[in-house]
Design a protein around this ligand. Sequence first.
Ligand SMILES: [Zn+2]
Ligand SMILES: [Zn+2]
Length: 278
Amino acid sequence: MRRIGGHVSMAGSLLNSVTNTLKIGGNCMQIFAGSPRLWFRKPFPEDQVQGFIKETKKENISPIFIHALYLVNLASQKEDILTKSIDSLVMDMQNGARINSAGVIVHIGSHMGTGFESVKDQLVAVIERVLASTKNCDLILENDAGQNGKIGSPEEISFLIKKIANPRVKMCLDSAHLFESGVDIRDAKQLKNFLQTLDNLKLTDKLVCLHLNDSATKLGSHKDMHANIGEGEIGLEGLKNLINHPSLSSLPLILEVPGDNRSGCDAKNISLVRSLLS
Ligand SMILES: [Zn+2]
Ligand SMILES: [Zn+2]
C-alpha cells in the first residue's frame, strides 16, 4: 500500500503524533521535533521514545520524517544564527535516530542575495559537520520555490550531494515549491523534462520523500503558499500525474496542507490523494 501521511502535531507528547496520524488515516508521518518557530530543542523523553517506537510498529506507520526548524539557515553569515542552525539540526537528527526516523528534512537556507557561489563552500562544510556529529539519521535537502536568495534548486542540491558524497544526504521534492519555482507539472511534457533533469543531476536515486501540496500561488510565482489538494493552482490532474509517474510512484507522500480550518492535514485530503492513485 502506498505510504501517505501528513505533517502532524506532537504537541503534548511524541505519542500524540501517532494518534493524530491515525485520526487522518495516514500510514506515514512528518513532525517537528519541537516548536517550528523557536530555537529551543531538547531530547525526546525516553519513555515517549519507547512508546512511540512500539505504537508506530504496531500501527505500521512508516516512514517517519522530522522537519527541521524554519529558522535554520545553513548559509547564514551571522555566527549566532549559524550556530543555532547547526545545534538545532544536530538535536533534531539525534532525536530522529532515537525514533528510527527516515531522516530530517531541511530547507537549506538563504544566501541573502550574495549568490550560491559565495556560500557553497560553507554549506558543504556545515553539512559535513552536522553529519559528523550524528549517526543513524539521514539529512534530507528540500527543493525551494525559487524565492529570492533561497537555496534549493535541483542544481544546487545536486552540487551539495555530489560534493559531500555521503550516502546519508538525500532529497525531498515538494510539489508546490516545484510548481512555484516555474515547473508546470500539469503538463506531461514539462514533468517528463524535469524528471529527466533530476536524472541527469543524479538525484532520482536520492529522492526519499514527496511533499505533496497544492499551490495557492501561480506557476512561477516564487512565492510559497500551500493549498489543500485540488484546491490550488496545480489541481487534481497535475498532482495525479506526479504521484503516479513511474520514477516517483514508490515514494512516500507527506501532505503539508492547511486543511479546512487551517488545522493542518486532515482525513479529507488524505483520502482524496488515495483516490488519485492509479
Ligand atoms: Zn515541503
Ligand atoms: Zn512550502
